[in-house]
Design a binder for this molecule. Structure first.
Ligand SMILES: Cc1ncc(COP(=O)(O)O)c(C=O)c1O
Length: 260
């Protein structure tokens, strides 16, 4: 998802330009001046954007939300367990507190290691409202107990063993350096998402298949998930990777760059 959005009752949804605080200001100002806009304004963003690995400008968004009386919602599915000194998320990376984000959502299915499920964190009043009014809490089964327990354990491990987050950072730095050295351009970011832009969707898919044959699992993404002509292989690094795994990735990419 590469969307950052403003939602307002009576007006619906407006999308502001990616990471463009001036454009968000324009949208919020428009709502302030609109007689049709009623109720609460919600500014919704990712913490880490999943396809490029760039960051939502959370301090800038918070400042604008405060200025215009809006609520800030952050989906930090790719930041939880990754960003900040202790892996608390993208707000920690920016030096912010949990309370600086009004509603904070994430998945249990990425760094926290589970296959499914997610969470919303916020004030008690907001959570009570979601429990009463949210479709998944009203109409679907709850998380399986096994998933809830394994996620709770994963969070406990993350908080007790911050060296895992440091290992992830070291692994990412090692992988990024190696990927560049074998001739691929990897988009820079402080996250664990390492995208290599390859152009056409068919090229991304065939490179991803070749990598899989070499024992490297890196998914190719093409249109419509990303813009046409900007297909990519997204390499995601984990704290569980040993140096030999990262070397195998780099050697596979070296072989691929020779074939290419
Ligand atoms: C930013 C973001 N939010 C949410 C999700 C979905 O998470 P889940 O599979 O737990 O629903 C994804 C999935 O990749 C994502 O990239």
């Amino acid at each position: 998802m590469r969307l950052a959005t403003v939602i307002k009752k009576g007006v619906g949804k407006a999308v502001f330009k990616h990471s463009d605080m001036e454009d968000l200001r324009r949208v919020l100002k428009g709502l302030q001046d609109s007689p049709e806009a009623t109720g609460v304004t919600w500014v919704v963003t990712d913490g880490v954007f999943s396809m490029e690995g760039d960051l939502g400008n959370l301090p800038g968004l918070r400042a604008l939300c405060d200025e215009f009386g809006a609520m800030l919602v952050v989906d930090d599915s790719h930041g939880t367990g990754v960003m900040g000194e202790t892996g608390r998320g993208t707000h920690e990376y920016w030096g912010m507190q949990g309370k600086d984000i009004d509603l904070f959502t994430g998945t249990l299915g990425k760094a926290l290691g589970g296959g499914a499920g997610g969470y919303v964190a916020g004030t008690q009043a907001a959570i009570d409202m979601l429990v009463q009014r949210g479709r998944p809490t009203l109409f679907s089964n709850a998380l399986p107990v096994t998933v809830a327990c394994s996620a709770a354990k994963a969070i406990e491990t993350m908080l007790n063993e911050p060296e895992r987050v440091q290992r992830l950072r070291d692994n990412v730095a090692y992988a990024r350096k190696g990927i560049s050295e074998v001739g691929f351009e990897v988009l820079e970011s402080p996250t664990a998402i390492c995208p290599i832009i390859v152009g056409e969707t068919s090229r991304a898919i065939s490179m991803s298949n070749t990598l899989l044959d070499m024992g490297v699992f890196a998914i190719g993404f093409g249109y419509p998930v990303v813009p046409e002509g900007a297909a990519r292989i997204r390499i995601q690094i984990s704290a569980a990777h040993e140096q030999e795994h990262l070397d195998r990735l780099i050697e596979a990419l070296r072989a691929l760059s020779v074939q290419d």
